[in-house]
Write a new protein. Structure first.
Length: 107
C-alpha cells in the first residue's frame, strides 16, 4: 500500500499534465476542488474510491499504473491508441476504421 501512496500523486500529476489540464480544470471535471487535486499530487492525500475512479477515467490512467506501479513500463503507441479508442463513439470508430484501412491499403 505504501508504494501505491508514494507514487499516486506523481502518477496523477503526470497524467494531468499529459492531458494539458490545470489542477482547477481537472477538479471541475471530477467534482472536487483545485486544493484537493493539489493535496493528492503533493501531500499524499488518499482519494476516495469514487474520486480515484473519476481520475482514472478522466485522465486515461491505466489502473495498473496505480495499483502495480512497480510493474509500470512505458506504454507503446499502440497501447495508448487502444485505450483512446475505448472513448470513441460509433461514428468516431467508423471514421478511424476507414482512415486506418486507407493507410494500410496505401502501403
Amino acid at each position: 500500500m505504501e508504494v501505491i501512496l508514494n507514487n499516486l500523486g506523481q502518477t496523477i500529476k503526470q497524467a494531468r499534465l499529459a492531458a494539458e489540464l490545470t489542477q482547477d480544470k481537472l477538479s471541475e471535471r471530477i467534482g472536487v476542488t483545485g486544493r484537493y487535486i493539489m493535496a493528492l499530487e503533493n501531500e499524499r492525500k488518499q482519494p476516495s474510491f469514487e474520486v480515484l475512479c473519476k481520475l482514472i477515467l478522466t485522465l486515461n490512467i491505466p489502473a495498473d499504473h496505480i495499483f502495480y506501479p512497480e510493474n509500470v513500463n512505458t506504454e507503446d503507441e499502440k497501447e495508448q491508441l487502444i485505450r483512446r479508442l475505448s472513448q470513441c463513439d460509433k461514428r468516431d470508430l467508423a471514421v478511424i476504421g476507414a482512415t486506418v484501412k486507407a493507410l494500410v491499403e496505401s502501403k
